[in-house]
Design a protein around this ligand. Sequence first.
Ligand code: FAD
Length: 305
Amino acid sequence: MHIRDIIAQHGTTFSFEFFPARIESASAELFANIRQLEPLKPSFVSVTYGAGGSTRELTHDLVVRLKTETTLDPMPHLTCVCHDEAQITAILERYAHAGISNIMTLRGDVPRDLASPGDAWKDFRHAAQLVRFIRRFADRKVHADSRGFGIAVAGYPEGHPETPNRMVELDMLKAKVDEGADCIVTQLFFDNRDFYDFRARCELAGIRVPIIAGIMPITSRAGMKRMAELALGARYPAPLIRALNRAADDEEGVKRVGIHWATEQCRDLLDHNVAGLHFYTLNRSTATREIYATLGVKDSHGLKR
Ligand SMILES: Cc1cc2nc3c(=O)[nH]c(=O)nc-3n(C[C@H](O)[C@H](O)[C@H](O)COP(=O)(O)OP(=O)(O)OC[C@H]3O[C@@H](n4cnc5c(N)ncnc54)[C@H](O)[C@@H]3O)c2cc1C
């Protein structure tokens, strides 16, 4: 279903993010976890895309499997890096024929193993250009929906490191929306004040599309460190660090603190009329299921704001 219709119907969206597994055993485990998450009836699920197209087939295969074998509505991620117009067109045509409704439209980061970083940029340098291209793809009349694909783009409550000037950053975000993005999904954050301030600054900048909050429950110390490196931010607030320190090296304790923190974040966001909650599941199911249960949410349909 087109993301605009999902948002209109669901009131508050709940969505889950997965990454495609590279080996058979991990893929089987992922699918077992997906089966456990399915009864929560998420508004949509998204599947990441490896930098430079490194998971092109894996992403496509997982998306099609989700579409054909489950009740879930998959939204593939797609990035600019290393792709030209012909490649993007071929990917979009395949998704249109598979009945996919929405694309998470991103720039991506330059793969570390690329011989020359300049090779990363072919026809698309910024996500806004890819948004425009996907929007214009509707004119080809390949997609069953006359609006073409619904489009989600990324936003950064803690700021994106490449644009320290936060006013310019919002101009760049607005450019993506002006090119046709239907909603914004944010990078993970741990202090809701960052999200509320970001949402208010978007409003002041004239960005009127729904902003879905990215939530990543901490489930281990190692994961927490990796997250800080990958996520271009992840400012851990002192009260969270204090609670994790109390848990010390008790792995179960760390997990409980992380899930409790994320649950409180979600409760507060729901109380503040968040447009949606997007869970970075890390391909697991326990944390998301526990958060749903503690929030008193049975499934994602009909939770009106
Ligand atoms: C919800 C979400 C999902 C993600 N999924 C993936 C994934 O599947 N695969 C992956 O590889 N990465 C993914 N990422 C990471 C993302 O690709 C990186 O954060 C990347 O660095 C920026 O992508 P973007 O789409 O935000 O880029 P852009 O919106 O293009 O912005 C990137 C930077 O360039 C600046 N900028 C934008 N336009 C201009 C312009 N015209 N002139 C000058 N500067 C400009 C922006 O201010 C920003 O600092 C995801 C991020 C989020 C939040």
